[in-house]
Design a protein around this ligand. Structure first.
Ligand code: URP
Ligand code: ZN
Ligand code: ZN
Length: 471
């Protein structure tokens, strides 16, 4: 059956428009004022903002870490995302034994039949060889058009500078975008050993052993390597003001560099790690200072930063106690594994469902970001950069009907009870939000109706991404 969304204000990256949307099957057929269609189901969006479904290009689903794994699977991550207005996720394939294609083949079954929103994959490159360079050529045909490399996690994930240079160069020739996790692995290794020797084991030492200057230096290194490799580059989870400066410097000098930040870096600081339950905020890279938050906000406001992602990587705070998720009791080892030492705390925070509502209240309502910038940062820009546009990220005839009908006046007492992440805590517990999605559609199907989950496991599709744009 056709659906007609009437009387709403359609907010895109470019403009805001009073118009109606006719959905036929999975896609948008028409976008015009005053549309009528006798056989369509009409959805009245009067007083509502109609947004493209959010795209979160940085999530970790089922990620193995420190003897456990991140606690959302492809069903629960998608459900949590959708409740918060996001309809598309991009996760990562770990590079383990075997070829890149074998690694992808091992990852895909986690999502097939389980995913509840659409999803794509980035490929991590963490073991360098000439063979791996050759295998990069297999990625575009499998719909994977971005790779991630690390300058940290020595002896585990990190590549050397020459290796990153060669990987970026080969990737660029194939139309692949290189994502960089930019921290200084050597300094982290030294400082961590020293902290442990001195018995400094509380959560805040996770941040103190990963200095902000390491990120400033490593992000400039990533930009400079990209310049030398004549490659585009994307800085993930930016959290330091000086990193934004490096991004601006690279862009001003013609380097094709883009970047993302995440809500946790805008709303929390290193001090949160000193709370009695500080492990809830422990992630890599860590939370920083108020001055860094200022720099990130400016980067979002003036367009230096292109994307608001989440780095969603949830763990239970206390995985010894089960929670009820739908009809099941679930418990997964979590942050309690690191009681007594920050080095054993699984790194990561939940956030995929929080991103849009928290940002709407504290960026759009507060007047820092326009609704159009909101649509750009959370949907259009990630779609363009990661090769999904205009199928995703906009509401145009021919686009997938991934739509969030957003009530800008809805008040929500937010927290773990509202968010549907499969974990036992929420970073924004007790926050009063204004603005929340009431209806969400995935390719024309109702997945959130009047705020209630209506999606199903298996309705999410794997997205074969095209080569992305440099914006
Ligand atoms: O703490 C985090 N963010 N864990 C995920 C790993 C990463 O580098 O993004
Ligand atoms: Zn990372
Ligand atoms: Zn990440």
């Amino acid at each position: 059956m056709r659906k007609l969304i009437k009387n709403g204000t359609i907010v895109s990256a470019e403009n805001s428009l009073k118009a109606d949307i006719l959905i036929e099957g999975e896609t948008i057929a028409r976008v015009e004022p005053g549309l009528s269609c006798p056989d369509a189901e009409v959805i009245d969006a009067a007083g509502m903002v109609v947004l493209p479904g959010g795209i979160d290009p940085h999530v970790h689903i089922n990620l193995p870490m420190m003897g456990t794994r991140s606690s959302d699977d492809y069903y629960t991550a998608g459900k949590a995302a959708a409740i918060g207005g996001t309809t598309c996720l991009i996760d990562f394939v770990a590079q383990d034994e075997g070829s890149l294609s074998e690694n992808i083949s091992r990852k895909l079954p986690e999502a097939r039949g389980t995913a509840s929103v659409d999803y794509g994959l980035h490929m991590n490159i963490t073991r360098f060889s000439s063979q791996v360079l050759e295998e990069l050529a297999d990625l575009p045909g499998q719909g994977i058009t971005s790779i991630k490399v690390f300058t940290a996690y020595n002896n585990r994930l990190r590549l050397g500078d020459g290796e990153i240079f060669q990987t970026m160069r080969a990737a660029a020739r194939l139309g692949l975008l290189t994502l960089v996790h930019a921290e200084n692995g050597d300094v982290i290794e030294v400082l961590t050993a020293e902290a442990l020797e001195q018995g400094r084991t509380s959560p805040v030492w996770h941040a103190r052993t990963r200095p902000a200057w390491g990120e400033v230096e490593a992000s400039l290194r990533a930009v400079a390597l990209a310049a030398q490799a004549e490659a585009p580059v994307y800085l993930v989870h930016m959290n330091v003001a000086g990193e934004v400066d490096q991004l601006a410097y690279g862009r001003a000098h013609g380097v094709r560099v883009m970047g993302e930040t995440c809500p946790q870096y805008l709303f929390f600081t290193e001090q949160d790690l000193e709370r009695p339950d500080g492990t809830k905020w422990l992630c890599s890279p860590p939370l920083r200072s108020p001055a860094d938050q200022q720099g990130l906000w400016q980067g979002l406001e003036n367009g230096t930063i292109q994307v608001l992602a989440t780095d969603h990587c949830p763990f239970f705070y206390d995985g010894t106690k089960a929670i009820a998720y739908e009809d099941e009791l679930v418990a997964l080892p979590g942050k309690e594994l690191g009681r007594g030492c920050f080095t054993r705390v699984p790194n990561g925070v939940p956030g995929v469902g929080d991103r849009l509502p928290v940002f709407w209240t504290h960026a759009v309502r507060s007047g820092r970001i326009t609704p159009n910038q909101f649509a750009a940062l959370t949907a259009a820009n990630p779609a363009r950069i990661f090769g999904l546009y205009p199928k995703k990220g906009c509401l145009k005839p021919g686009s997938d009907a991934d739509i969030a009908i957003w009530d800008p006046e809805m008040r929500v007492n937010y927290g773990v009870g509202t968010a549907k992440h499969r974990t036992d805590y929420n970073l924004y517990e007790g926050w009063q939000l204004t603005g929340f999605p009431r209806q969400v559609f995935l390719r024309g199907e109702w997945i959130v109706r009047d705020g209630e989950w209506r999606g199903r496991a298996g309705m999410g599709q794997f997205l074969r991404r095209q080569r992305g744009e440099v914006i």
